[in-house]
Ligand binder design. Structure first.
Ligand code: MF3
Ligand code: CO
Ligand code: CO
Length: 282
């Protein structure tokens, strides 16, 4: 940093960014969201997850940006693509793991009618990280899948509404959890949101459950993601032998939406809004 400004870090290790840092996050966040906007029409039955990732990687390169995930802890792809009962970190191009709705493994990475999938993209623009994910549907979703998607999207936005100076991280988690469980869905505990900025994953862990009034206080200049994963069945997950793909233990459907946000003087700034207004699929 050459701004001459002192680095400000809270006692919980959370970076407090300067007002001028918001512009960098907006640029990175807008690119990540634009890439998801542009990939949306490609999500159709017969498409493969490997091809979707290639398209995403091409868009990152075309923008002169970098993928944050390629080379991250040995991960080799520009996106995570998580289908049906995959909770997160699904690997593009890998055979889709069999769900409880399928009699036998698919054995390939091709989408079929009714699949629901999360695509998660993180890009680096001028050193700033933009991290966002949203749900897509191949063909026509089952009504229960559509409802899971709607509730998960609403849960994220309800969590974001709790972001303002003076509230705590526990307020965000409590808002998400009480809404989700009130809709008879469960909240995944094994994965969380995270601080970000000039780094991909930084303090704090942003839990999507918890008690109001607990956890660190929100302060102007904090940048972090909120990325709740909701399940139609139980909350427990397990990671497959590839060491990445996390699925629901009961193999029931899971959904996730993710925004990168910043705390402003009186509320929240969402860095990853969809320029095309396509964040929500339906
Ligand atoms: N984008 C994911 C997140 O929301 C992280 C993916 S890491 C990867 O934090 F290596 F799996 F791509
Ligand atoms: Co994230
Ligand atoms: Co992400």
């Amino acid at each position: 940093m050459d701004s001459g400004q002192p680095q400000r870090i809270t006692k919980d290790g959370i970076h407090l960014h300067a007002p001028e840092d918001f512009a960098g996050m907006h640029k990175a966040g807008r690119l990540a969201a634009t890439i998801l906007d542009r990939v949306a029409p490609e999500v159709v039955p017969g498409q493969t997850t490997g091809k979707l990732d290639q398209l995403i990687q091409g868009m990152v390169e075309e923008a002169g940006a970098t993928s944050a995930t390629i080379g991250y802890r040995g991960y080799q792809h520009a996106s995570c693509i998580s289908l049906n009962h995959v909770v997160c970190h699904g690997i593009p191009g890998a055979p889709i793991p069999p769900s409880k709705y399928e009699k036998r493994p698919r054995g390939n990475d091709m989408l079929v009618d009714g699949d629901i999938l999360n695509i998660d993209v993180t890009v680096v623009v001028d050193g700033w990280f933009g991290d966002t994910s949203r749900m897509f549907v191949a063909g026509t979703p089952k009504p229960f899948a559509q409802r899971l998607i709607q509730v998960t999207h609403d849960a994220l936005m309800i969590g974001i509404e709790a972001v303002r100076p003076g509230n705590t991280f526990g307020d965000i988690g409590a808002a998400i959890q009480s809404f989700a469980e009130g809709q008879r869905m469960s909240v995944v505990r094994d994965f969380c949101g995270h601080g970000l900025g000039r780094v991909f994953h930084a303090p704090p862990n942003v839990l999507h459950y918890g008690r109001a009034g607990t956890g660190p206080m929100l302060e102007e200049g904090m940048f972090f993601t909120i990325e709740p994963m909701l399940n139609l069945g139980r909350p427990e997950t397990k990671v497959l032998a590839d060491d990445w793909t996390a699925i629901t233990r009961d193999k029931a459907l899971s959904a996730q939406f993710e925004h990168s946000v910043g705390v402003t003087a009186d509320g929240v700034d969402i860095f990853t809004l969809s320029p095309a207004g396509k964040f929500h699929p339906t």
